[in-house]
Ligand binder design. Structure first.
Ligand SMILES: Nc1ncnc2c1ncn2[C@@H]1O[C@H](COP(=O)(O)OP(=O)(O)OP(=O)(O)O)[C@@H](O)[C@H]1O
Ligand SMILES: [Mg+2]
Length: 241
């Protein structure tokens, strides 16, 4: 059983004026547990739409999505909320931390939503997650007292604290300078080494090269899928763009 199986996923947006946009036009995608995947492609090619499908945030117009053996495409919103909380971890370009809340409290929050009642257990697990991203000493800092890279590492700790089967990150290094971006990618690499499944979206070839597999989108379809060097090579050669 694969961790993720998308079959013939389509997503059509209908605007108020009746205009249809086919954001994703029937994609098949299998991701095994433990994979470290980058999704690339031009603006508007369907990357975020696909991430929103994977994240149980947006319902595909048609198609099937098996996550960890369960058909999730047709679940209702409450079931989705439970799946998101129990199986998925999210990392965003803009970090999305609560502003006047310490790193520790930010990381504890998903456990509170999960119904972990023991304050002690929440704190211990949040501290463990912060330590795993190298930020044990920053646990009482609020976001404004941390660098962008540190904030993103807190966000990664928050995504990890519930021990999700899948981490989804839409342009996680998009707001970071090259050095900090490298640090965040080293952290993802070490999580990958520990068996964590990670799917991220990026526009940056340097970031994609640090993953193990690149999936290339164009016009709502997957037009390339494989070894990062090979897929990026086909882009560089102009075979596909
Ligand atoms: N809520 C929406 N309503 C209508 N159209 C949408 C909506 N969200 C996305 N689209 C359209 O669907 C297509 C795919 O969008 P998507 O956000 O998946 O692209 P993307 O690959 O993530 O692009 P970017 O690199 O700019 O983030 C685009 O044509 C976009 O305009
Ligand atoms: Mg996008």
């Amino acid at each position: 059983m694969s961790l993720v199986e998308l079959k013939n996923i389509r997503r059509v947006y209908r605007s108020a004026g009746g205009v249809e946009v086919q954001a994703v036009k029937g994609i098949d995608l299998v991701i095994e547990a433990g994979e470290f995947v980058a999704i690339m492609g031009p603006s508007g090619s369907g990357k975020s739409t696909t991430m929103n499908t994977l994240g149980c945030l947006d319902r595909p117009t048609s198609g099937s999505y098996l996550l960890d053996g369960q058909e999730v495409a047709r679940m209702n919103r409450d079931e989705w909320a439970r799946i998101r909380n129990q199986k998925l971890g999210f990392v965003f370009q803009g970090f999305n931390l609560l502003a006047r809340t310490t790193a520790l409290e930010n990381v504890e929050l998903p456990l509170l939503y999960q119904g972990v009642k023991s304050t002690k257990e929440r704190k211990e697990r949040a501290l463990e997650a912060l330590a795993s991203v190298g930020l044990a000493e920053r646990s009482h800092h609020v976001p404004s007292q941390m660098s962008g890279g540190e904030q993103q590492r807190v966000a990664i700790a928050r995504a990890l604290v519930t021990r999700p089967v899948l981490i989804l990150a839409d342009e996680p290094t998009g707001n970071l300078d090259t050095k900090t971006s490298d640090e965040v990618m080293e952290l993802f690499e070490s999580l990958h080494q520990q068996g964590q499944t990670i799917v991220l979206v990026t526009h940056e070839p340097d970031v994609a090269l640090k993953c193990r597999r690149v999936i290339l989108f164009r016009d709502g379809l997957i037009i390339g899928d494989g070894d990062p060097g090979e897929v990026l090579g086909t882009i560089a050669k102009g075979v596909i763009s």
